[in-house]
Write a protein that binds this ligand. Structure first.
Ligand code: HEC
Ligand code: HEC
Ligand code: HEC
Ligand code: HEC
Ligand code: HEC
Ligand code: HEC
Ligand code: HEC
Ligand code: HEC
Length: 446
């Protein structure tokens, strides 16, 4: 049935004027001044469909070798399903021909990571989408393709994994209007025909305040402005509801071990599967903190049950840290990278009483962007990324106070649940999505 999409594209291209064209012209690609414009296609106006769809084997005959008679009549293969893991090349994904290091678009396209575009991070580590996926961690495009193909009806085996999250015919230029989500670039996988975030009911404000919770945007510039637009709005009314977006796939029904699969394993997960994300109950989601939480600004400024957005901690495409953890959070770069091996325990052997145990505190580089470490309490830089005060309620053993009451949130005698010698055990033995009842602690630790 390979000719079916080809035929429908052909008919639409011939009889332009259907509903798609209005929203297409307002889209990033259809825009007559910013839209698609392949250098080899000089006869076609900017924004013309033919910059992506070719009706003949070749229009101008320049590279790449046209695959126009293929599934969607695109100028190159849509996605290389033989590539089950990175590193990606430009020929692995149709989008990378323009959104890659050597772009076919006239004058090229610059796309930074989320940390820079919406978080104001100083140093750019990538400036195009392909390079964003070719980092230490990334959304595996084959796994997205496989998952979307099994899950969403619009998505076919010939589809491109990028279109699970972006509809190339309606996506807008959010980067040019970071504080105005009517310019959103994303679509819910389960509602591919519409944009996500353009209606006010599709924003972080609606997910939180309207339901009795609090959203506090991270700082963009310390003490003066907030994500995503370097202005004074901080209540999430100016950004898409990224929780509903990400949990369209990462929820409790698409769960271990049935559907969401990956190429990773971490405690206490089974090899190859991702844990389900239960944002209705996790503490960074709608679940409440126990009350004694010690946060930095701007979080300490606001009251209520606070909800954090997935993109306050994660990148959407890829990151120099493990599991898409942003390189910049709440206005500052992390001190160092957080690797998968070691800092994020790759299996239970890194946790106590196991042979290859090793304590690793590097996950703390992320936590201390928002939570008070010992340095934030005692103003001594020697105590950066030391976490004694919050785990021991500032007891005598931390060396700052003389009181020995109200010790750890643990059964006090269980020192070796957290310590092997004096070193604390790897943070992710206890702090990971949906962590509950870990190491003799009753309740949630994430
Ligand atoms: C899991 C969902 C997801 C997948 C898969 C995905 N993206 Fe994105 N993409 C996002 C989100 C979320 C953003 C940030 C929000 C925004 O820019 O409005 C984004 C932003 C973008 C941007 C704008 C970047 C900027 O300059 O701010 C481009 C371009 C883009 N994606 C292209 C792609 C391409 C090409 C692929 C496939 C190789 C892809 N995306 C795969 C979710 C996704
Ligand atoms: C930025 C490149 C790009 C531009 C410009 C573009 N398309 Fe597409 N189009 C695609 C891709 C990629 C697909 C395949 C979607 C998938 O992977 O499932 C597609 C698929 C389609 C389909 C198949 C059904 C669907 O929506 O998936 C039709 C019909 C279509 N395009 C029509 C058009 C028309 C008409 C225009 C101009 C008004 C246009 N396209 C402009 C990239 C583009
Ligand atoms: C022919 C070149 C070309 C191809 C192929 C192409 N794009 Fe684009 N894309 C553009 C241009 C040009 C822009 C707007 C330029 C800019 O934003 O600076 C754009 C913008 C975008 C945006 C808006 C991002 C933002 O916030 O600014 C998204 C999302 C996007 N593209 C996704 C895709 C996806 C997904 C594919 C593959 C299905 C794709 N593009 C293929 C040229 C292309
Ligand atoms: C279209 C479905 C889909 C959407 C939407 C989606 N994901 Fe994923 N995600 C997957 C799949 C499938 C995997 C497993 C493949 C892999 O390991 O990358 C995954 C893996 C991940 C991983 C683990 C990556 C690693 O290095 O092991 C993280 C973190 C993640 N997603 C975060 C997010 C965030 C944040 C969002 C929202 C911006 C999001 N996801 C949206 C499907 C999705
Ligand atoms: C407070 C920061 C933070 C927020 C907010 C956050 N995450 Fe994470 N995420 C992490 C950390 C730390 C890890 C590594 C520990 C682990 O694997 O759970 C992680 C890991 C993941 C993984 C890989 C999990 C696995 O099975 O190994 C996925 C998928 C993911 N996050 C998705 C999401 C989604 C979806 C959201 C929003 C609903 C979200 N995250 C919000 C910090 C965060
Ligand atoms: C053996 C389990 C365990 C290990 C390992 C562990 N923690 Fe904790 N942590 C806890 C418990 C239990 C709490 C209290 C949770 C509560 O109050 O509900 C906590 C609380 C926290 C909090 C929230 C503090 C607040 O503001 O209330 C942070 C941040 C934190 N830990 C960071 C870390 C870091 C960083 C590491 C690694 C250096 C680490 N933890 C290692 C068990 C652990
Ligand atoms: C982007 C900011 C941000 C980051 C980064 C962050 N947190 Fe949090 N954390 C919060 C907020 C806000 C709350 C309060 C949630 C509420 O009010 O329910 C919280 C609450 C918690 C709690 C609940 C404490 C209690 O008393 O119940 C724990 C445990 C926790 N965080 C652990 C961590 C760990 C471990 C890390 C690092 C892996 C981390 N957090 C990173 C913002 C963050
Ligand atoms: C909830 C987990 C947890 C439990 C249980 C726990 N600790 Fe700790 N402890 C920590 C963390 C985390 C630190 C901070 C270490 C760091 O950041 O260097 C710490 C720090 C310390 C320090 C200071 C070490 C240093 O020089 O930085 C001492 C001493 C200590 N703990 C003793 C104990 C004793 C004795 C027990 C049993 C009565 C105990 N701990 C139980 C988590 C725990």
């Amino acid at each position: 049935m390979r000719w079916l999409p080809f035929l429908s594209i052909f008919l639409i291209l011939v009889f332009i004027g259907s509903g798609v064209t209005g929203s297409y012209k307002e889209s990033a690609h259809g825009n007559s001044t910013e839209g698609v414009n392949r250098s080899s296609m000089s006869g076609y106006s900017q924004g013309n469909c033919a910059h992506c769809h070719e009706m003949h084997a070749s229009i101008e005959g320049s590279e790449p070798e046209p695959a126009g008679v293929g599934y969607f009549a695109l100028f190159a293969d849509n996605f290389n399903t033989a590539k089950t893991t990175g590193t990606y090349d430009q020929s692995d994904n149709f989008c990378f021909y323009c959104h890659g290091p050597s772009s076919l678009q006239v004058n090229g396209i610059t796309n930074y990571d989320y940390s820079k575009t919406f978080g104001g991070a100083n140093n750019a580590t990538v400036n195009n989408i392909m390079d964003a996926f070719n980092q230490a961690s990334y959304h595996n495009l084959y796994d997205i393709w496989d998952f979307a193909n099994k899950t969403f009806s619009f998505f076919t085996s010939g589809s491109n994994p990028c279109v699970a999250c972006h509809n190339p015919h309606i996506a807008k230029r959010n980067k040019a209007n970071p504080g105005d989500p009517t310019f959103t670039a994303i679509s819910l996988p389960s509602d591919h025909g519409n944009l996500w975030g353009d209606d006010s009911s599709e924003r972080m404000y609606a997910y939180t305040y309207a339901a009795g919770y609090t959203y506090q945007a991270p700082y963009y510039n310390s003490n003066s402005s907030y994500e995503p637009a370097d202005d004074t709005t901080y209540d999430g009314s100016n950004m898409p509801d990224y929780v509903t977006f990400c949990t369209d796939c990462h929820n409790t029904s698409n769960q271990v071990p049935s559907q969401i699969l990956g190429n990773i394993s971490r405690p206490p997960r089974t090899t190859g599967y991702l844990i389900s994300i239960d944002w209705d109950n996790e503490k960074h989601g709608k679940g409440a903190a126990d009350g004694s939480v010690s946060l930095k600004n701007p979080y300490s400024n606001v009251s209520g049950n606070k909800v954090v957005s997935c993109l306050d901690c994660h990148e959407p495409h890829g990151a120099p840290n493990a599991v898409l953890i942003r390189r910049e959070v709440n206005d500052s770069l992390l001190e160092d990278t957080i690797p998968l091996d070691g800092a994020i325990a790759t299996n239970d052997n890194y946790c106590p009483s196991k042979p290859s145990y090793s304590g690793d505190k590097r996950l703390g580089y992320l936590c201390r962007r928002c939570h008070k470490d010992d340095n934030a309490f005692d103003n001594n830089t020697l105590h950066e990324n030391r976490w004694c005060i919050i785990h021991h309620n500032d007891s005598k053993k931390c060396g700052y106070s003389s009181s020995e009451v109200d010790d750890a949130p643990y059964v006090p005698q269980n020192c070796d649940e957290c310590h092997q010698s004096k070193q604390p055990i790897t943070c992710t033995c206890c702090h990971y999505h949906n962590a509950q009842n870990v190491h003799n602690f009753t309740g949630r630790t994430f």
